[in-house]
Design a protein around this ligand. Structure first.
Ligand code: HSE
Length: 298
């Protein structure tokens, strides 16, 4: 029996829209084995909604077999998902990457990890989620040219940093969160983001955490998507007042992540928990850290 573990990811990280992402220590695990009859079990699911051959992992495995020209056997798949769905933490990327890693093992590893990452980008379309899910760490990911070839660099964030993560009880689909964005941006907004995304990467590499509060600021997506997330501005302000070095929307939202030194993580999480109690929505507060390994076969 094969077991694959894939981390959650936070994309954009403020100004790095569609090109920066980081893996977090929250995971989806799948087991896959050949079987006489097809089955999918999802430990957390109360409905049968995702338990047919329309299931994303099954679809990805099926596509992989087609692409490598092999006949797919019947499979028994189980999913143990800790990554909340449709919350901006890369749950679809994790399923796609898990399906690709499982397929590669089942077929005798015809593809390298880089080729798996490339295929995952083609399927998912968001390299800033997919690449950190594959490689772990923080990734700058760029798709280049007509063939959309993935170019990436992995950075190892300091293990002194914590990511206090606020996950609300409502969903926000990436499609909806992309539809709300403008088609065009002013030169001033582009310069604003390029400068901050660059500062963010350099600050993470040099542990210049004092820059993070400025480096996460964004004019490309957060101001627009923020209108879909009740109390986002208040949460940002409270996090900064409570010891965070920077705070940003995770991926397309609605999850919000505050970066802080590990020594402040508990007090920041406690203050945020107390603060969000007053809101109509429920916010689950988790203390997470960077995952440096990425997807793995257990
Ligand atoms: N960069 C993408 C977006 C990530 O913000 O739309 C989607 O998960």
């Amino acid at each position: 029996m094969l077991k694959i573990k894939v981390p959650a990811t936070t994309a954009n990280m403020g100004a790095g829209f569609d090109c920066l992402g980081m893996a977090l220590n929250l995971y989806n695990e799948i087991t896959v084995e050949e079987s006489d009859v097809f089955s999918i079990k999802i430990k957390q699911s109360v409905s049968k909604q995702f338990m047919t051959k329309d299931n994303l992992i099954y679809q990805v495995i099926s596509r992989f077999y087609d692409e490598v020209g092999k006949k797919m056997p019947e499979l028994a798949i189980t999913q143990d998902d800790d990554i909340p769905m449709t919350r901006g933490l890369g749950s679809s990327s994790a399923c796609i990457v898990a399906g690709l890693f499982a397929s590669n093992e089942l077929t005798g590893r015809p593809l390298s990890v880089d080729e798996l990452a490339q295929m995952a980008c083609q399927i998912e379309g968001h390299p800033d989620n997919v690449a950190p899910a594959v490689y772990g760490g923080m990734i700058i990911a760029v798709l280049e040219g007509e063939e959309q070839k993935l170019h990436h660099v992995k950075i190892t964030p300091s293990d002194e940093l914590s990511f206090v993560t606020l996950v609300p009880d409502f969903k926000l689909s990436t499609a909806k969160a992309r539809r709300i964005l403008p088609q065009d941006y002013s030169r001033a907004d582009v310069i604003f983001n390029v400068s901050r995304a660059s500062l963010f990467v350099a600050s993470m590499m040099s542990n210049s955490w004092g820059n993070l509060g400025v480096a996460v600021n964004d004019r490309i997506h957060q101001p627009y998507r923020g209108t879909l997330i009740p109390n986002m501005d208040k949460i940002f302000e409270k996090a900064m007042d409570s010891g965070a070095d920077g705070v940003f929307m995770s991926g397309a939202g609605p999850t919000i992540i505050a970066i802080a030194p590990r020594k402040k993580e508990k007090s920041l999480a406690k203050k945020m928990k107390d603060f969000v109690k007053g809101f109509d929505e429920n916010w689950d507060v988790k203390i997470l850290h960077a995952d440096l390994e990425g997807a793995r076969v257990l």
